[in-house]
Design a protein around this ligand. Structure first.
Ligand SMILES: Cc1cc2nc3c(=O)[nH]c(=O)nc-3n(C[C@H](O)[C@H](O)[C@H](O)COP(=O)(O)OP(=O)(O)OC[C@H]3O[C@@H](n4cnc5c(N)ncnc54)[C@H](O)[C@@H]3O)c2cc1C
Length: 405
């Protein structure tokens, strides 16, 4: 029945999650077809921060030399400000990870990953949008969609859905609790004042409970952005685009940085999903990875590293399932266990931390403490870079430091 299939594994979506899974599968000798509705290089709205966790996977993929050679800006430290005007500068806490935190424009980063997966042996089809999924038999699924205006149908033993936060596969099959719960926006400017590699997070009064960010890349280019969760958006009847403008015009750091700057992109946004602990990450002949599986960090908004981590895991369990000849739900259950072990407790603790940071007095204390306490500051920077769990702040020593003000 499976003699004439289009691929052993079909991956829908060639963002960081899809390309990473494709790379590891191809390296393991699996016949893999990577499909994306876009044609690369393509952009994806993002802050372009490639965390140390993501760089660790890049290293396993043999791509760190590429990033080093290109000379992308590396995180040198954080400037934080709070609603009452407290300000802290925290250097990048290199002691928590041997890997740097790069700023790499997504149209370059995602393109490099796709090309790398193809060099490892994955086949790529661009301009194909896939949304339909039907299980024909134990080891055959049919995936349908369109190529331009032409209907298309592809067959595989196993599908990995890496189609991002508005995933057709997850929402239609009831594998996620609902639509993505967050939305974030960003815009690029040139001629921005600020040092390359400086990461700024400002809990500006006018954008609370969210914060505005400014990430300084090379050559005076910086990305400005903000985000918001759906429940806050509804409660405050907030327009996020207006909030980004408010941040850029009212926050003193943003205003200073933008004094001589020019916009070099439109404002672009994308939903953000961070509810991995509530997601069913596998089903018969189907695995979910990355934003499609809600892997984004609930406190920091970092989604690339977690997407790549889930993709590496999925590739490992997919190979195992193929070797056992069982790609049914029970054959893929190991992935579910590993996935939830990886994400559940981190997500729960990060949600607590995120909720705490919606109280202005908590942010005020946190920033003030960061400014005067290098140990506390380093832990905070480690959390922001995804190298330290927010649970660190709940440990008695850290909590006492925070309460001491
Ligand atoms: C404004 C903003 C700022 C952010 N900043 C950061 C940051 O600085 N650092 C960070 O780590 N994370 C950040 N994130 C989160 C990060 O962008 C995502 O978590 C990350 O892109 C997830 O990768 P992915 O591969 O799962 O999905 P995506 O990158 O969304 O890739 C999904 C791919 O699937 C394709 N696709 C979708 N549907 C279909 C379909 N039906 N058929 C075929 N192809 C399809 C898309 O074209 C796309 O290429 C930010 C998000 C936003 C919105």
């Amino acid at each position: 029945m499976t003699d004439n299939i289009d691929a052993t594994i079909l991956i829908v979506g060639a963002g960081p999650a899809g390309s990473t899974a494709a790379y590891f599968l191809a390296r393991a000798g699996v016949d893999v077809l990577l499909v994306d509705q876009a044609t690369f290089p393509r952009d994806k709205s993002c802050g372009d921060s490639i965390s140390p966790g993501a760089v660790e996977i890049l290293d396993k993929m043999g791509l760190t030399d590429w990033a080093n050679l290109k000379g992308y800006a590396r995180n040198i430290g954080y400037r934080l400000s709070s609603p009452n005007g407290s300000v802290a500068y925290i250097p990048f806490p290199a002691r928590f990870s041997p890997y740097p935190n790069y700023l790499i424009p997504r149209h370059e980063f995602d393109h490099a990953l796709v090309q790398h997966a193809v060099s490892a042996g994955a086949r790529l089809r661009e301009g194909v949008r896939l949304t339909g999924f039907e299980r024909i038999s134990a080891d055959l699924v049919q995936v349908t969609g369109t190529e331009g205006k032409t209907p298309i149908s592809l067959t595989a033993k196993l599908v990995i859905a890496a189609d991002g936060s508005i995933s057709a596969f997850t929402s239609r099959r009831g594998m996620v609790p609902g639509p993505a719960d967050g939305l974030a926006l960003r815009q690029y400017y040139s001629n921005v004042a600020g040092e390359p590699g400086l990461f700024e997070l400002h809990w500006e009064k006018s954008v609370l409970p969210a914060y505005g960010f400014i990430f300084h890349m090379n050559d005076g280019i910086a990305v400005f952005g903000t985000g918001m969760f759906r429940k806050d958006q509804q409660r405050l009847k907030a327009n996020i685009q207006e909030r980004l403008t408010t941040f850029m015009t009212q926050n003193p750091f943003a205003r200073d940085a933008l004094r001589k700057a020019q916009a070099i992109s439109p404002v672009a946004g994308h939903p953000y999903r961070d509810d991995a602990e509530l997601v069913k990450s596998y089903a018969d002949n189907l695995m979910l990875v990355g934003d499609a599986a809600g892997t984004g960090h609930p406190m920091t908004g970092e989604g690339i590293g977690p997407a790549m981590v889930s993709a590496e895991l999925a590739a490992r369990y997919a190979v195992e399932a193929l070797q056992k000849g069982d790609v049914s739900e029970s054959g893929l259950a190991g992935y579910g266990l590993a996935f939830h072990k990886q994400f559940d407790s981190l997500h729960k603790i990060s949600q607590l931390a995120r909720n705490a940071l919606t109280f202005p007095w908590v942010v005020d204390r946190t920033v003030r403490r960061c400014a005067k306490d290098p140990v506390f500051g380093a832990a905070m920077a480690g959390i922001l870079a995804g190298m330290v769990s927010p649970g660190e702040m709940l440990k008695p020593g850290m909590a006492l430091r925070l309460l001491a003000g």
